[in-house]
Design a protein around this ligand. Structure first.
Ligand SMILES: Nc1ncnc2c1ncn2[C@@H]1O[C@H](COP(=O)(O)OP(=O)(O)OP(=O)(O)O)[C@@H](O)[C@H]1O
Ligand SMILES: [Mg+2]
Length: 364
């Protein structure tokens, strides 16, 4: 998995508890940072570029070299032979997410990945759902539903993945007539990352320290909240198309705030939009469990706790699920669904016409 933050590649090895069980357990995890030049190229390819078709193919091959290194590292770490691996679920790098135009484009080179690893690859998970009229995102809620049964039993819970973008899954309490729902609720770390990098050169605001040196500005926060995405009802999804450095620069300019104050406001914006989504669309729940890189930002966790006083706010580590591995684990799980001929989407989440088997299989 390599997500919109472009921080790197997470490889997670999952194993089926037994062949009759839909539950899978995590065996190991290996992370490789995204090489600087490749990250810059992916950022450039988010918008129209000279010779972009050729460049996207070259970038795809470079990405697969990083995927290969992550997989080889993971297999070494866990002592597992490639012959024991059923498949790799390789998400690819999203450079355009435009379901309203009928596509979501993940750069990837599955044939090269099969050649490099000798393992079958499942790729292109989003396109089938979009072809069936859905958003193609988020795809993780069905995995969340399979893993977080314990907090659900306690009275319903919400899983919040705070990566580049933020998405929620609501798991209703037992006996409730409500269905599992999920949707993108707005920016996660993407604006905070872009702003801190523009002002300090750091790739992200470690532990929210830059934000902690500033003070949130209510007027700017209210201005940001007028973005049309927040007035839309789910199903909905978002990407760097809506939330990017140019947007925040244009929004913040008239307020003439210090960079730290803008950073504090962006952190509050992520917390507020997530909390608003919980209040508006999720039913009764006792816990909010955070995963993704945002779980490591204590300032953000504190802001969420203050926004949602009626919920127990914690990270997924509370249920022995490392917040760093959930997205990658979900795509291993989805790959297994594809191999088993089972649907991987939830139409209540994506808005598609029905359940669909996702992805392309490139056999070893
Ligand atoms: N110690 C930390 N303090 C603050 N922020 C952190 C910390 N560690 C990670 N992050 C944030 O988490 C981000 C990476 O999160 P993650 O890997 O979940 O996102 P992603 O790759 O975009 O995934 P996806 O979009 O698929 O959910 C970093 O860019 C950074 O903003
Ligand atoms: Mg990541």
């Amino acid at each position: 998995m390599s997500g919109t933050s472009l921080d790197g590649v997470d490889a997670v090895l999952m194993c089926q508890a037994d062949t009759s069980s839909p539950r899978m357990r995590v065996v190991g995890h290996h992370f490789i940072a995204m090489p600087y030049g490749l990250r810059q190229e992916f950022l450039a390819l988010q918008s129209p570029q000279d010779n972009e078709l050729h460049r996207s193919q070259i970038a795809s091959q470079a990405l697969v070299e990083v995927y290969t290194a992550a997989i080889v590292g993971l297999l070494q770490k866990t002592g597992i032979d490639p012959a024991q691996i059923a498949a790799i679920g390789a998400h690819g790098q999203t450079i355009r997410h435009q379901p309203s135009s009928g596509y979501s484009l993940q750069l990837n080179a599955p044939h090269a990945l099969v050649e490099a690893t000798g393992i079958t690859v499942i790729s292109d998970f989003r396109q089938r759902d979009i072809a069936a009229g859905g958003q193609g995102a988020p795809l993780v809620p069905v995995f969340h539903a399979s893993v977080f049964n314990a907090p659900r039993q306690k009275g319903g819970c919400i899983i919040a993945n705070i990566g580049g973008m933020a998405n929620l899954t609501y798991l209703p309490p037992p006996g409730s007539e409500a269905r599992v729902i999920g949707f993108d609720c707005g920016p996660g770390n993407v604006l905070m990352d872009a702003w801190v990098e523009a002002h300090t050169g750091e790739r992200f605001d470690r532990n929210g320290q830059f934000a902690a040196n500033g003070k949130k500005n209510e007027a700017l926060l209210n201005q940001l909240l007028t973005h049309e995405f927040f007035a839309q009802k789910p199903p909905k999804s978002c990407g760097r198309e809506q939330f990017n450095l140019e947007w925040i620069q244009a929004q913040a300019a008239p307020f003439k705030l210090s960079p730290e104050d803008v950073q504090a406001t962006l952190l509050a914006f992520t917390a507020r939009t997530l909390a608003d989504a919980v209040r508006n669309y999720c039913g009764p729940a006792v816990e909010l469990l955070v995963c993704g890189g945002g779980a490591h930002n204590p300032q953000l966790m504190q802001a969420l706790t203050e926004e949602l006083p009626n919920l127990q706010v914690d990270t997924t580590a509370r249920y022995d699920m490392d917040p760093n591995i959930i997205e990658a684990a979900a795509f291993a799980w989805l790959a297994q669904r594809t191999l088993d001929g089972l649907p991987g989407n939830l139409s209540a989440v994506t808005g598609s016409a029905g359940p669909r088997i996702l992805g392309n299989i490139t056999p070893a």
